[in-house]
Design a protein around this ligand. Structure first.
Ligand SMILES: *[C@@H]1O[C@H](CO)[C@@H](O)[C@H](O)[C@H]1NC(C)=O
Ligand SMILES: *[C@@H]1O[C@H](CO)[C@@H](O)[C@H](O)[C@H]1NC(C)=O
Length: 569
């Protein structure tokens, strides 16, 4: 009897595992149309392997966001009391029920997943297209980007079992499309820079006349009053993100420092961290223009601050977005992550699923709660988004639309005016952030009906701040040249924050962490307001820069002494 009962139970279990006894499925995410620039090529080959990821529902992300605002808002009693790794994970770790329910579904389908985040909220596994179509009621298709020819396998909709919808945030890659263009700085003048500033007058506060045409570290220091004295705190790391096989070259840095920061030892280097199989080969021809720019304008501006270049490997079908997640989860796994992280990559918000944008944004909230300031360049296409593109309504960029990071726009010239390429605008995914409501409503009132219907008045508005981003001299593959882009602005602003953190840490205080509540309150009056220029795109003049915050240059450009004083050092 016992044996036969056991036999029956086994048969029953087997029946459950049979794909024919399917669970009831429910549509989880879909997109109405293929993003601009992509065309459908036909069904994906059924045996192509897909690297899938599942985001599990976090147990209390609202609590984490509240804790982030508490430790980042100067008027809060908890200001500066950043959370430990364990405290963050307590908010983010999915419930045991969620983990069990999702894993049971996967094992029914003979899939065993690995956990890929410290809090256990992300799972990964690899399955062929045929199985992914069946598992998710999906229609994985090859899409080609018409301009670049790049192909990616995506589906325009997918479902999950209806009893799991509350346990699963999203499955990726599905309806999110990759960034067809690397977001890289534009080369203004590839040859040797003409009339570069000779840094013979470092002690002068006046901005040399040559800064009108060529921006060097000396110009940046003079513009913003940045000290040239060495930082002292070795724990105060500044992280520089590297993606898409952009490699940072130490020899280029050495030549840059020799030419433009002769007061610094030319042996000053950045250190390296890698993940996802990333590397940083040092052959001259493999140096990347973005990586060189980002390391030269951190090491060369944040004098004495330990800079770490974090090279994320490209082992995905998807360009940088998985890397965007992995670098944050990698740093969340560290007991002492860098106090500042600068990233000069991004893509248009409309290519990303709302759920994935939300999940990445919440990852920034986690690292911010740990005390890291996260800065991104805002994009180089004006109101057309990350690059100049055809558009009828304005395109906002990701992650600049996320409220839990700091978006940096660009200026040009001396005296500074808005750079016309500086992306700025309003997110369609995230609402106006609480810290910016008064700054943004002031702007909207001034704007009146201009660009009405072309942007979302209730969205999170960006950029938050700006820094010089045009005619910036770098050394690339041993040649001096000039580059332009918000890619220049983010490392410069990040360096200023790192130097202020150095003073804070030296004084036994907390680093600034998530910046925006501080920037829009205590620090708002310290910025040099940029009130001229605009950011054209989509057959419009874009937004005008005005007195006060605007979606071209944010609050304005920094004044080191005033910003440091607002921070209490
Ligand atoms: C440095 O700059 C100041 C102010 O512009 C100027 O008066 C002085 O002559 C300069 N010194 C040198 C050595 O160029
Ligand atoms: C505008 O922004 C709000 C707030 O984030 C959002 O809920 C809404 O869906 C957006 N509208 C459109 C048309 O995308």
């Amino acid at each position: 009897m016992v044996a036969s009962t056991f036999f029956l139970v086994s048969l029953f279990a087997l029946a459950l595992g049979n794909p024919l006894s399917r669970r009831t499925m429910q549509l989880h995410e879909s997109r109405d149309e293929v993003p601009e620039g992509f065309v459908q090529q036909g069904a994906a080959p059924s045996d192509t392997m897909l690297k899938m990821r599942i985001a599990l529902t976090q147990n209390n992300i609202g609590g984490l966001q509240e804790a982030l605002m508490d430790v980042s808002t100067p008027s809060s009693a908890l200001y500066g009391q950043h959370l430990s790794k364990e405290e963050v994970e307590a908010f983010v770790t999915p419930s045991a029920e969620t983990v069990q329910a999702v894993n049971a579904w996967l094992s029914e389908n003979s899939i065993s997943a690995t956990t890929i985040s410290p809090a256990g909220d992300w799972l990964a596994f690899e399955i062929p297209v045929s199985k992914a179509n069946e598992l998710l009621d999906a229609d994985f298709t090859v899409f080609q980007h018409t301009e670049t020819g790049d192909q990616s396998i995506r589906t325009l909709s997918y479902s999950v079992p209806s009893d799991l919808t509350s346990h699963i945030e999203l499955v990726h890659p599905t309806i999110t499309f990759p960034n067809p263009f690397a977001h890289l700085p534009v080369v203004v003048s590839p040859g040797p820079a003409k009339g570069a500033v000779k840094p013979s007058n470092l002690s002068s506060d006046a901005v040399p006349a040559s800064c009108a045409t060529t921006i060097t570290p000396t110009c940046v220091q003079d513009l913003y009053g940045i000290p040239t004295t060495k930082a002292t705190e070795s724990s105060n790391q500044l992280g520089v993100s590297g993606f898409i096989e952009q490699f940072a070259n130490q020899q280029d840095l050495k030549t840059f420092l020799t030419n433009l920061r002769p007061d610094l030892p030319s042996t000053t280097v950045f250190t390296l961290q890698t993940l996802d199989g990333g590397s940083n080969p040092q052959t001259n021809s493999e140096a990347g223009i973005e990586a060189d720019l980002d390391t030269q304008y951190t090491v060369g501006i944040a004098t004495g601050v330990p800079v770490v270049f974090i090279s994320v490997g490209e082992r995905f079908q998807d360009g940088a977005l998985e890397g965007f997640l992995d670098i944050i989860n990698f740093l969340l796994g560290e007991s002492n992550p860098p106090h500042v992280l600068t990233t000069s990559y991004g893509q248009n918000e409309n290519t990303i699923s709302r759920a994935l944008a939300n999940q990445l944004c919440n990852a920034y909230a986690q690292l911010g709660a740990r005390g890291t300031s996260i800065l991104f360049s805002s994009g180089d296409g004006g109101v057309a988004g990350s690059q100049t593109t055809r558009c009828t309504t304005f395109l906002s960029t990701f992650p600049s639309g996320c409220p839990f990071m700091t978006s940096v726009g660009a200026t040009t010239g001396v005296p500074e005016t808005s750079a016309s390429f500086s992306s700025g605008g309003f997110s369609n995914f995230f609402g106006t952030a609480s810290y910016q409501t008064s700054a943004v409503s002031g702007y909207l009132a001034t704007l009146g009906n201009t660009n009405s219907g072309k942007f979302n008045r209730s969205g999170r508005a960006f950029p938050d701040v700006a820094a010089i981003g045009d005619n910036v001299e770098i050394v690339f593959q041993q040649e001096s040249g000039l580059v332009a882009g918000t890619s220049c602005s983010s490392p410069i602003f990040a360096s200023i924050i790192s130097l202020i953190n150095d003073k804070l840490v030296a004084a036994g205080k907390s680093p600034l962490g998530f910046l925006n509540p501080f920037l829009y309150s205590t620090a708002a009056s310290t910025f040099t307001d940029i009130t001229t220029g605009n950011n054209p795109g989509c057959n419009t003049n874009g937004f005008p820069a005005t007195a006060g915050w605007d979606p071209v240059t944010g609050l304005g450009t920094p004044n080191f002494a005033a910003l440091a004083a607002a921070a209490g050092v």
